[in-house]
Design a protein around this ligand. Sequence first.
Ligand code: AP5
Length: 216
Amino acid sequence: MRVIFLGPPGVGKGTQAEFIAQKYHIPKLSTGDLLRESVDRQTSLGKEAKGFMDRGELVPDEVVIGLVEEKLTSPECQNGFLLDGFPRTVIQADELSVFLQKNGKSLNHVVYFSLPKTEIIKRISGRRSCPACKAVYHLESIPPKRDGVCDECQMALIQRNDDKPETIESRLAVYQDQTEPLIQYYKDRNLLSELDGSGLVAAVRERLLGLLTQPR
Ligand code: AP5
């Protein structure tokens, strides 16, 4: 299966992507995670990306496209993949389409996660994550067993730099301006399914599985 998760920041894409990748035995490629890893390792790519990410802007297309294509050519992606947070611009979507065509492959699904803005802001502002194992929690809806501490590796949980209130609005504006056009882009190609992202994680998962198992 080759699938894209599309939607605003904080809507719950990453949370569901973990489960789907395991269930279908496909790698999850999250450009946000890949970029954050590069920032943590202080690679030249990470140093270039950091400023954009901290300001809530998109990292330049050529940087992200190079990163994704390198992953997609690796053996682990030959039988499918889940792209979480890529593409995010029409240029990225066009490049992906050319890349897949060249390799004789095509997408099976593009799932667009939708959620009202007030809920999105609640999800983003309550998110906390583990700097070591990258597990993601939420202060109210998915709290760790011990306040502020990861259940898996006992590290102190942190808030992402770009989840601070001053950056959330600019991320949402960037999404609306640069990523939302992809909804129509994939509708036109008859690949888009809209997923209601509201409700409990388990309820969203059930709806998502229903969409992915529907014949296109
Ligand atoms: P990225 O990491 O991709 O951020 P994002 O798309 O903004 O998405 P998020 O990670 O914020 O949210 P999510 O939808 O995965 O939600 P989650 O599951 O965590 O990108 C970060 C930055 O990297 C970008 O701003 C940009 O600078 C750069 N970048 C990345 N990709 C790029 C690209 N292609 N091109 C250019 N630049 C790029 O859930 C959110 C919270 O809600 C969590 O706390 C979770 O526990 C909770 N939650 C999840 N589901 C539920 C539920 N059903 N009920 C209650 N709470 C829930």
